[in-house]
Design a protein around this ligand. Structure first.
Ligand code: AHR
Length: 536
């Protein structure tokens, strides 16, 4: 059951809230009819863990206009000599994406990596059965590795365990990582790439539990295949790290049993198990939609329990970590996708147009990942360009940021350091599927080196502000550098090619520190980044 709430019936009341610099900052006074309250304790010594920078990863699949018309478009006014769009590269760099998973996704389970290397004019056009399109193979592993370096990210490569297996996988590792003097490493050199790509992270297939997957398997079949692939891939390059496929979502009927079976077979041969989740607001119930991260938290905690159960069963000293390598909002484009003509090159697929409420959920999902920074070491916002993406383009035209771009960019930029345990007391609500949903979702990140503290906070209250205070304990000598707010009057507001700056953040929040206590009125339906630094 939801508990106490603070009701301020008139918006004029906001001016009388204690501790707020009413009027000093451009804080909007509308929409504060029902103010809620939340408190937080931020303590230096309550560390969850250092945050692995790879939690700020993303994903690019050969799907729709992600590659062709997104990343790659020779002839585009901003394209470089390799055909990569400069405007897209700038936006990717702005997001500080640490790692990029490639080339799928469902696509990888039917992919022959050899089709995408060597002279472009000799590369085959293939039917991609995953998305019913035609793949021209103009971009393959070499081009993508090159692009990934250019945008300052690390490549995370997936191998095909759908139609192929250990043999193709170990050949790909040899092609990418072996220095030379063997068939596949020399082939790479012959293709113009003298230096190995040095790809450290590898996914053993994709969503192999899903009936929609090309070459889907039972847990036992997959576990055996993944084990044999893992062995030979590491024999080629012992420095690589491997991700075993967990369930496609927590809702899969085989969830939990799948993880237990596949990890029983692969535990000592892999470093991570994957999690995937997508949320939607199909019934237009925003309070319920914004509570979906309670499901995500349970999903993460359950997978950790399964990993630790296998660890116990095996009397192993090794702790397995989590790779949440597909997460996002995905539902807006579902109907449109049914109308797309099959067997064309790069049709507009999965082109979700995101709104403010999606950005708030993305912010909350990032907070969920950081809450378990001790075990979630890799995470990929799925995806990056045009396909359920923070970055959209017009083929031949402009590129712009969707509202979901901002929470990711903020977390990736300011969320480096150690995640601190969020001790929160918040007013709560009940929704269709969840009880006791805190209006405040928040976490603090301490960057010791820079002497910076950042609080990321979502106000789930759709009816008014959230009176927020934080006891800064060991950070009493810190003061506010800026308080960035992403909000809009209309929770359904979007950015488009014609109106790309409709939903944008502004440094107009009113957070302040007085006597070691931080206070702020978080705007209705908002994502907040409160940046503090030690006073000099
Ligand atoms: O990201 C879109 C698709 O979602 C991926 O191809 C697949 O792995 C998942 O089902």
């Amino acid at each position: 059951m939801a508990r106490s709430t603070t009701i301020w019936p008139e918006e004029s009341k906001k001016a009388s809230l204690p501790g707020f610099r009413g009027g000093l900052i451009n804080l909007e006074v509308r929409n504060v009819a029902v103010v809620r309250k939340a408190e937080m304790i931020v303590e230096k010594d309550f560390r969850i863990s250092d945050i692995d920078p790879r939690v700020y990863g993303s994903f690019v699949e050969h799907l729709g206009r992600a590659i062709y018309g997104g990343v790659y478009e020779p002839g585009h006014p901003t394209a470089d000599e390799h055909g990569f769009r400069g405007d897209v590269m700038s936006l990717v760099r702005e997001m500080n994406v640490s790692v990029i998973r490639y080339p799928g996704g469902n696509f990888v389970s039917g992919y022959n990596w050899e089709d995408g290397v060597g002279p472009k004019e000799l590369r085959p056009r293939r039917l991609d059965l995953a998305w019913r399109t035609v793949e021209p193979n103009e971009v393959g592993v070499n081009e993508f590795a090159h692009w990934t370096k250019k945008v300052g990210s690390e490549l995370m490569m997936a191998v095909n365990l759908g139609t192929r297996g250990a043999d193709a996988a170990r050949n790909l590792v040899e092609y990418c990582n072996h220095p030379g003097g063997s068939y596949y490493s020399d082939l790479r050199k012959q293709h113009g790439y003298g230096q190995p790509h040095g790809i450290k992270l590898w996914c053993l297939g994709n969503e192999m539990d899903g009936p929609w997957q090309i070459g889907a398997k039972t847990a036992y079949e997959y576990g055996r295949e993944a084990l044999e692939a893992a062995k030979v891939m590491k024999w080629v390059d012992p420095s690589i790290e491997l991700v075993a496929c967990g369930s496609s979502s927590r809702a899969m009927p085989t969830f939990a049993e799948w993880e237990a079976t596949i990890l029983d077979l692969t535990y000592e041969h892999v470093e991570y198990v994957s999690l995937h989740t997508y949320y939607g607001n199909r019934d237009n119930d925003t309070p319920n939609f914004l509570a979906r991260t309670l499901d995500m938290d349970q999903f993460i905690n359950s997978v950790i329990s399964i990993c630790d159960y296998i660890k116990a069963k095996k009397r192993s000293s090794k702790t397995l970590h989590l790779s949440f390598d597909e997460w996002n909002v995905w539902y807006h484009s579902n109907e449109a996708d049914k109308q797309v003509e099959p067997w064309t090159v790069a049709p507009p697929l999965l082109e979700d147009v995101y709104n403010l409420e999606d950005a708030l959920l993305v912010g909350s999902m990032l907070i969920s990942l950081l809450r378990r920074a001790d075990r979630v070491k890799i995470a990929c916002l799925a995806q990056l360009v045009n396909v359920i993406a923070p970055i959209m383009t017009q083929t031949g035209g402009s590129a712009w940021r969707q509202p979901t771009f901002y929470p990711f960019m903020h977390a990736s930029t300011y969320g480096r350091g150690a995640a601190l345990l969020p001790i929160i007391k918040s007013d709560k609500y009940d929704s269709k599927d969840f009880t006791d949903v805190p209006y405040l979702d928040a976490i603090a990140v301490f960057n010791e080196e820079q002497e910076e503290l950042t609080i990321f906070a979502v106000n789930r209250n759709l009816e008014g502000g959230l009176e927020f205070s934080a006891d800064l304990r060991g950070f009493k000598d810190y003061s506010v550098v800026e308080h960035i707010v992403l909000t809009h009057d209309d929770v359904k507001a979007v950015n488009t090619a014609d109106n790309p700056n409709n939903v944008v953040p502004a440094a107009n929040g009113n957070a302040e520190v007085v006597d070691g206590k931080l206070s702020a009125l978080l705007s209705k339906q908002s994502w907040n980044v409160i940046r503090l630094a030690r006073k000099v």
